[in-house]
Design a protein around this ligand. Sequence first.
Ligand code: ASP
Length: 348
Amino acid sequence: MRHFLLSALVLGVIAAGCTPSPSNPPSASARADWAIAIHGGAGHFGEEDLSPDMQEAYTASLESALQLGEDLLQQGSSAVDVVEQVVRILEDDSLFNAGRGAVFTSEGTHELDASIADGASRNCGAITGLQGFRHPISVARAVMDSSEHVFFSGHGAGVFAASQGAEAAPSTWFDTQKAYERYRRAAAREGEDPVPLEEKRGTVGCVALDAEGNLAAATSTGGMTYKRHGRIGDSPVIGAGTWADNRTCAVSATGWGEYFIRTGVTQDIHGRMLHGGQSLTSACEATIFDEMGALGGDGGVVSVDAFGNVALVYNSAGMFRASARAMQGRVTRDVAMFGPYERPMPCK
Ligand code: ASP
């Protein structure tokens, strides 16, 4: 079977050994030139669940989004611009559950959630239940940059989006056959418990460290198939689905949103690093496996720390993921989708 590790070198998840702080930011020589990681959702899928054509399509989509991010970082774009631009590309890609391709709610509509966080300013913006706008992530960015608030919902989010000149899109723009079939299957099983999770999910996200040493994260989703009108998942919730702070890390999550909210996944990772001095990888593993996973949730995160270490950690069978990192001009790159994540045995 074809393997989808595309790089010559698999990106190592390198424990930094210490956590930067405002008085101790990593020097330019101690950190990567830049780093980026993206996800296209986590779930219970294996190689046998995706046809070779679909595997190729996902790989091509992840690669082209990654390439855009790499090019922008190489040109010196800011982390916050990069994560927004990469997520916009994924929102337009009908393979993923975000923007075009978003899942249907139980009422047959699309209610879109997105959030963005800037590690330099520790500012953020989010929207939930947005309808009729092509790029929810750019509306979230406008909330961060052009409002005195951080979170808009439903009708108010739409009014705000329109006031910012966000690009509108008819509901048919978001409809895809794949999402519609999932909706029909979920409708047919209404009342059954549980509806298989792999029928429900997906999300896209991006984290980046730029050449200036700034971190940012962005996440966008249609949520879960057949979600009830008004249901809010983790993706637009800062601290659950998205986080960025230059002192620690940038994180974007995907998975069973209720569990990510209940355990405050992305902020928990940040807190472990800031207050507990944990490395990025051990913080992600502890949060995903010992907190969120221990409650019964599943999914994962893509993350990058202030040194440019990348950790892609998940407890589901697979996660669509890609990452790249430049160290003294040398770029390493990895695109993958199947799992499982191998957590090393904790040291005794
Ligand atoms: N986290 C998203 C939600 O619960 C779904 C996903 O990432 O698969 O809305």
